[in-house]
Design a protein. Structure first.
Length: 478
């Protein structure tokens, strides 16, 4: 039982109660018996004895007439539940309310505290009576007569057995309360253990199902704060794994599409060459040029996948070196100008010669800028314009790629940097199963710019085009 969390939690609640509560109960009983009960009984008995002694001091006849003494003791005994004795100054018993003391009448009793009584002081003590065979509270009070002389002694004794009998019920009550406390502690410990164990068991089962590949629903966040944090962490992990699984499926689907199209073109071209096109120089040149274009597209696809692999493994390293931005941009933009002109687009470049020299990885940043230019050319219809601008603002260098394409709807703008995210196209190509591309270009561009401690911003108005701006910080010395 105690190997489980529930058993140990119950034990942790019961063990202090089992040890502490009995000790408290014993101490409580001891204090009540010795400090409260006996003190109160002694004080009460002393008060009663003083009153009886004052009354006896006005009755001189009871000290000379045994019959009057017996009547006086009988009268006192009828109102008090104690043993009452009358003794003379020498300690001889004159009368007693206890019938068993008949044989002691006329005998001299050896009483502790007698010297104090003869001196006019009252005496109270708790002792074991050999005659009564039990503990008693014994009170001796001198009786002062009208002449202020001691006439005799009043002795009052109370047997503790009857008091202990009454107090035994209190012991049972205390024991019952303590036992109830133990039961409540055990129940509370069990309830808290169940409240803690249930969410932990859910988390354990969820992790087990996760390792077996089962799909999980979000765990309810309940229990103590730490357990709720654990459930929240598991839910976050499950959500991320689901996202990774969706990304994996998208990647496979995109790869099937992106590789199937050029392979189909290759197959058609090869069949044409085998069917006699190789003997026709113009047709052969067109087929080989088309195959070269498809190889170039596949090469760019492999570059994107390689960059994605580096991102996943966290090994995206930069080869930074001092680069003169004006020359670097001119070199980077030159092949894209030809691609834009071949599509019938207007190509505009506004790059000031005063751009500074900063430390960048020209190949990686060129890849990011190339992804932006590729999208601008791809989505801008013939007759449109692609513009590249650069400048310096607020100690930052910016490079902006603008187009006059269809633009991006606002609901998609915040997600375009997510890997594999490709909103469906509207218009003539809306019936295609997959949009062109794998949805990696903007994500890769975003991460490459971030690796340079910069940021990539996107602005777009549907129907009016899009604008992507790369911001790079200037070094402190510039």
């Amino acid at each position: 039982m105690f190997r489980s969390l529930r058993g140990r939690f119950v034990l942790s609640h019961m063990l202090p109660l089992v040890v502490v509560i009995p000790l408290i109960g014993i101490a409580l009983v001891y204090v009540l018996e010795t400090q409260v009960m006996l003190d109160n009984l002694s004080i009460e008995l002393m008060g009663q004895a003083v009153i009886v002694a004052e009354i006896a001091g006005t009755r001189t006849d009871i000290w000379a007439d045994p019959a009057q003494a017996r009547l006086f003791v009988a009268l006192v005994d009828s109102h008090l539940a104690t043993r009452v004795m009358l003794l003379d100054l020498n300690g001889y018993l004159l009368c007693s309310s206890d019938p068993s003391d008949v044989d002691l009448i006329g005998q001299r009793l050896q009483l502790a505290g007698w010297a104090s009584v003869r001196a006019g002081k009252a005496s109270v003590r708790t002792a074991y009576s050999r005659y009564l065979q039990q503990e008693v509270v014994d009170v001796l009070v001198p009786v002062i007569g009208p002449d202020q002389q001691i006439m005799g002694v009043i002795r009052m004794s109370h047997r503790l057995f009857s008091v202990y009998e009454r107090f035994l019920r209190l012991r049972y009550l205390i024991a019952g309360v303590l036992a109830g406390g133990l039961v409540l502690g055990a129940v509370a410990g069990w309830a808290m253990a169940v409240n803690l164990e249930h969410p932990l068991r859910q988390v354990t089962q969820a992790v087990s199902q996760l390792t077996s590949g089962e799909r999980l629903d979000p765990l309810p966040e309940q229990g103590p704060r730490e357990v709720r944090s654990l459930s929240r962490a598991v839910n976050t992990l499950v959500e991320q794994l689901h996202s990774l699984e969706q990304a994996r499926r998208k990647l496979l689907s995109n790869l099937v599409h992106e590789l199937g199209r050029p392979l189909g073109a290759f197959h058609s071209a090869i069949q044409a060459l085998l069917g006699g096109a190789a003997d026709n120089p113009p047709l052969r040149s067109d087929l080989l040029a088309g195959m070269a274009d498809e190889v170039g597209r596949m090469r760019r696809l492999l570059d994107d996948l390689a960059t994605l692999h580096d991102q996943v493994l966290g090994s995206l390293e930069l080869d930074r070196r001092q680069t003169e931005l004006h020359q670097w941009l001119a070199h980077t933009l030159s092949p894209w100008r030809q691609a834009a002109q071949d599509k019938g687009l207007q190509w505009q470049v506004m790059i000031p010669a005063s751009l500074p020299t900063i430390e960048i990885d020209p190949d990686r940043l060129g890849q990011a800028l190339g992804n932006l230019l590729s999208n601008a050319i791809k989505y801008t219809p013939s007759g449109g314009t692609v513009t590249v601008q650069a400048g310096i603002e607020a100690r930052q260098v910016w490079v902006r790629v603008s187009d006059t394409g269809p633009g991006i709807a606002s609901e998609h703008l915040e997600r375009i940097f997510t890997p594999f995210y490709r909103p469906r196209q509207r218009g003539p190509q809306s019936d295609r199963r997959f949009a062109e591309g794998m949805g990696l270009g903007l994500s890769i561009a975003h991460d490459l710019v971030a690796a340079h401690d910069g940021r990539l911003e996107a602005e777009s108005t549907p129907g009016l085009g899009s604008r992507f701006t790369v911001w790079l910080p200037l070094p402190p010395s510039q």
